[in-house]
Design a protein around this ligand. Structure first.
Ligand code: ADP
Ligand code: TRP
Length: 333
């Protein structure tokens, strides 16, 4: 399905990834990369500044996300790995797209709508705290996608609408000029991927403060794992694995045989919460050991990473330049 296709995805540098991001987005992206004809992964730094204005924080988050993806197996020599800020043509393309983007698309965009709904629920003016970057976000995202002649955009469910907007804008431009100036992208929703629960049982998410951090030292990881919510059943009491959050997380991390062993031990009163937290911790540490070493290496050798990003931008930029040229020549003659 992906052979020969151009696949692209963007990641916002907003907070160090956690185990949920790793299993739900980062590893699946790397798997796709190995099947794609051309795989582009860029750091969406211009998207990030809508929310993050602190330069030092932004730099830290860009560095962390870049090192996480490299550690997780992105291949900078094969893949297109770059920073959005290094492809200035994206912004010229965005301006052209604006001229073909109904404002209604932006009004309907769920990132903006979620802000408005939150404001109204808190009795604030609808647009309180909404900047134009957030409002026009889907058009910039469309430019990210269209600039690179993308066939497929792998997304979480929340981003499907944005890819559809990109497709609609591209379709409108192609229809207006009567030729295929822009490739129509398709989204690929990762439906079969589990939502990883956090240590309180809700979806693991930065916004819920319930995460198990990724590539941290043993002590920090242990602290999060051992804070996973449990009831007060003794070791001997039989426990239903479906009610045990530690198990719910474990079965996303460990292979099915190991998960079944834990489930069995819980059902027949052989395993207590201390045991299973230890098992979860070991599994996470073991599964991420090599990648954590790579992560630590890249964090300590960031110049190398910057070199990869610069090379990636040099490879990607000609695509954006060609797209922009096609558009300008058609529009301005
Ligand atoms: P967060 O909820 O921590 O803010 P993001 O919304 O930034 O995470 O998600 C980044 C990517 O990680 C998305 O593709 C999303 O689908 C994936 N993701 C986030 N949390 C989880 C989770 N608990 N389980 C599986 N995938 C997740
Ligand atoms: N909007 C995406 C997110 O919040 C990030 C993103 C920006 C993106 N541009 C993109 C994803 C282009 C895919 C393609 O996660």
């Amino acid at each position: 399905m992906f052979e020969g296709k151009s696949i692209l995805t963007g990641v916002k540098p907003t907070g160090k990834p956690h185990v949920g991001n790793y299993l739900g987005a980062i590893k699946p992206a790397i798997e796709l990369a190995r099947q794609a004809g051309r795989f582009s992964l860029f750091i969406a730094d211009y998207h990030a500044i809508n929310a993050v204005k602190d330069t030092e924080l932004l730099q830290k988050e860009i560095k962390e996300i870049a090192c996480v993806y490299l550690a997780a197996g992105l291949q900078p020599d094969k893949d297109y790995f770059y920073r959005q800020a290094d492809i200035p043509e994206i912004h010229e393309i965005t301006t052209i797209l604006y001229a073909f983007t109904p404002k209604g698309f932006m009004n309907k965009s769920h990132a903006y709508k979620a802000c408005v709904e939150k404001n109204l629920a808190e009795n604030k003016p609808a647009d309180d705290g909404v900047n134009m970057g957030l409002f026009t976000y889907p058009t910039l995202m469309a430019a990210d996608i269209l600039a690179m002649d993308t066939d497929i955009v792998p997304v979480g469910k929340d981003q499907i609408q944005h890819v559809e907007i990109a497709r609609d804008i591209a379709g409108a431009i192609n229809a207006y000029f009567g030729k295929e100036l822009l490739k129509l992208p398709q989204y690929y929703a990762r439906e079969n991927i589990a939502v990883i629960p956090g240590i309180d049982g809700r979806k693991m998410s930065k916004s819920y403060n319930n995460v198990i951090p990724l590539f941290e030292d043993e002590k920090t990881t242990k602290k999060a794992v051992y804070a996973t919510v449990t009831d007060s059943k003794s070791i001997e009491e039989p426990k239903n694995p479906d009610d045990v959050i530690v198990y719910q997380i474990y079965k996303c991390v460990a292979d099915s045989q190991k998960a079944e062993e834990m489930a069995e031990g819980l059902r027949n009163g052989k395993l207590g919460y201390g045991h299973i937290k230890g098992m979860l911790l070991n599994e996470i540490l073991e599964k991420t050991k090599e990648e954590k070493e790579k992560y630590d290496y890249y964090m300590a050798h960031y110049d190398e990473v910057k070199g990869f990003l610069a090379d990636g931008a040099a490879k990607a930029r000609p695509y954006a330049q060609a797209t922009l040229k096609r558009l300008k020549e058609t529009i301005f003659g």
